[in-house]
Design a protein. Sequence first.
Length: 427
Amino acid sequence: QTPATLFSKRAVSSPFSTTLRHQSVTNVVDITAPRDIAPLSEWSNNWGIQTSDCFQLVSEDGVDVYAISNQNIPAESPILAIPSDIILTGNKAREEFVDYAYNAEQMLLTSADASDRIPQFYLFLKVLKEYEMGMDSAWYTWLNSLPRYHSNGASMTDFCFGCLPPYAAEVSLVEKRCLRQFVQSLSEIPFLSDRTKQNEVLTTWAFSIVHTRYFTVPNNGDVCIVPMADFFNHGGVEEEEVNISYDDNGNCFAYSNYDITAGQPLRICYGDPTNPSNLLARYGFLDESSPATFCKYVIPNPSQEVLELGYDPSRMLFYNDGGISQEVWDVLLYQELAQNPQEQLNYYQAHMTGNEALKQQYHEQYFSKTHSTLQKHVDYLVNELEELSENSWRRDLDRHPRFGLLMKHNEFVKCTLEAVQENLDNM
């Protein structure tokens, strides 16, 4: 079922207009090729996508294309309605390909980096299959509007990883390793040509399209790419103008969260705003509105106790003003008490039972140790970032076009760390 009509001016015509078939899909090998945005309006209308008069796609550089409001929008107003038929989902792609992709799926399930991305793998197959179909694909016009160039982890080079501090490099490398697992699994896919399977630029592009544009459906956990809604940029803290929802039939709706003035961008939240390194790894941009960043204190294979104490990138935070989240202190103290198992257990039980007075006693008793450990950790990170910055003068931006973004990320993290460093020095 298609969504009920939200905008009276929209009428559904034939499912695919022959007038849109004016050229083949642009070769993604040419990353400087312009994005073909103009036909999207007619294409979306032909597929029953309803758009408010306020919805407009713009670009300042011809590369980043995003949605804005071209007029004032009251709160809770409809902006987009996208029928389920044109939405790409992991579940639908699996239904389409599972008979041919079973062996590939089994390969991925044994992979440390890709076992939790089976739905994304099926979207990856779907994008490649539709790409091969060219003008015969129902998604041809949409595919031709997408970016050719990305700066996410999967698109980074060995040089890029060497420019990043360990945590940011590792989360970016996870994306690269996942891409390699996806590509290796293509050997088990019979419906794609060898030319597609062996085209590194094409497979990287398809992986990046999926991972920079998919949403997670809240009510069933499926992943989906929603044409037109995928032009909403990321909004930082308190910058989410748009709310995305789905009905029981899988149709997608976008409404305004509050009153929006003309010319304002229309944005949603892509992920945890307190982990800019993760946003860089998956999407390839820096969220400079982040009020905090993960403290980069990494514990391999954390125990359940450590997790209960708050070991999570969204909670182990260094704030831009130099503040340090309580979870950082709690986890550090638990790690310090490992040399005294009974004291460690007592501290943990105090935390679990909400005995804040006893917890505070432990923090005061061992403050010099946790403070010293944290200070060394921050000093190490700052020194590492300074070394990366000192080596930057030798880099050729034409040869390494992502270098500027990576250095911007490093400087953003470094400023936060220096504020924490000053805070620790004054304690």
